[in-house]
Design a protein around this ligand. Structure first.
Ligand SMILES: [Zn+2]
Length: 209
């Protein structure tokens, strides 16, 4: 998209997650990336800036990005968002079994997507890039020349590949296949500041933690 984009970064929750608001300044429609922890603050921030949230773009199913049950602790997230505003939850189709297990979201709340799909937020186009590795359905969002990378890519490292569902070989393929062509793009925007574990391409999966 040529022209201005509404873009705001919010650091929310005890795990140093970054939540993003992306919007079209012409139509004042916005999407939230990874609504979690403090949904009230996310919606209020958008509204105070003059935007209405119509979509939750989810990078992957982990509850600190989606909401839901995390080791017995309930984290507010997508379910609370759509109870508050008329939004749909966009997540890669490979994450669906986890989505329904961890959250109270129904099939009609969710729009399953795959790599290459696009969604419009007003006049703003967001392209979904499937980058498995951290989870099977991890995805990044390409907005103009900027990439919102979730837990796939951090500054100086990639996301963890030692969690249940992670796969280091998939992560290596995602990073080399996608980031090669993307390398000339201007910026990558991480999803969380949580410390990450580097894994060589040949690393095998370690025990779940
Ligand atoms: Zn994660």
């Amino acid at each position: 998209m040529k022209g201005p984009i509404y873009f705001k970064q919010l650091e929310i929750g005890p795990m140093q997650n970054y939540v993003y608001l992306l919007g079209d300044p012409t139509t004042h429609e916005a999407a939230v990336v990874d609504a979690a922890w403090d949904v009230d603050t996310i919606v209020r921030t958008a509204e105070e800036d003059g935007y209405r949230v119509t979509k939750d773009l989810v990078t992957h199913f982990h509850p600190d990005h989606l909401g839901g049950d995390l080791m017995g602790h309930s984290i507010r997230g997508a379910a609370e968002l759509i109870a508050k505003v008329p939004a749909k939850v966009y997540i890669h189709k490979a994450e669906l079994p986890f989505v329904h297990r961890l959250t109270g979201l129904s099939a009609s709340d969710v729009v399953p997507v795959e790599g290459g799909d696009e969604v419009a937020i007003g006049n703003l186009k967001v392209k979904f890039v499937h980058t498995p590795g951290h989870t099977p359905g991890s995805q990044c969002f390409l907005v103009g020349n900027a990439l919102v990378s979730g837990d796939t890519l951090f500054i100086g490292s990639c996301g963890r590949v030692d969690l249940p569902g992670s796969n280091p070989e998939d992560m290596y393929r995602s990073l080399t296949r996608c980031w090669g062509p993307c390398r000339t793009r201007r910026s990558s925007i991480r999803g969380t500041t949580t410390p990450t574990v580097r894994a060589p391409p040949s690393a095998t999966r370690s025990a779940p933690t």
